[in-house]
Ligand binder design. Sequence first.
Ligand code: 1GP
Length: 240
Amino acid sequence: MHIGSLNKKSRKLALLVDPDSVQMKQIENLFTIPGANLVDYFLVGGSLLMSEFESAILELKKQTDKPVIIFPGNAFQISEYADAFMLLSLISGRNPEFLIGHHVMAAPQLKRIGITVVSTGYILIDGGQPSSVQYMSNSMPIPAAKNDIAVATAQAGEMIGMKQLYLEAGSGASHPVPTSLISKVVQSVDLPIIVGGGIRTPEQAENAWKAGANLVVVGNAIEKDPEFISELITARAALG
Ligand code: 1GP
């Protein structure tokens, strides 16, 4: 199973591990938290990656049978040890490097290692503060109240041939993606919708799932408090 198995009925949870801010011991400790075995996917990636990217993937593979998926911050974040690679196209932006440039750099190696590649339309939504993605990609987020622009962007991504869409408020965002925007996008395309950025309460995750998110991604909040995993699992179970 890989992330390409998401569908419009999925209500999944992914933990994002940024190797620059998580130690190997912390990865091991995640799996002692009740409910950690119910997390569906583990994403690995970050804006910089100054530390060992591949060690984090290998540690996760040692700890879990769940898919470990590369969520790349740039074209250098590739490893044959992961189960899949999210090929992100920053379709909310207008920077050709993040629409095709990095893809060209990464393609030969992705092809050579034969990893499953999932084409993902990456849509940055204003999360209330400048995000790393915005800065590193030199692109503007979509204003959080502009549902119509987000919908049109999502529809364009679907027509171009993306297999899934990622609504991103940015790592550590002050505000997660608004639920009204999530539900409008969910209704306007047939693709699975991933939502992440700034989710730090069980209610925020629950609201994203209720709005139709097929995969909720949480990073910072679990780095700060791994017990948050249990709260997320309980919140999802309550949705039935
Ligand atoms: C960032 O969507 C992810 O790319 C997760 O964000 O770290 O704020 O949970 P957080």
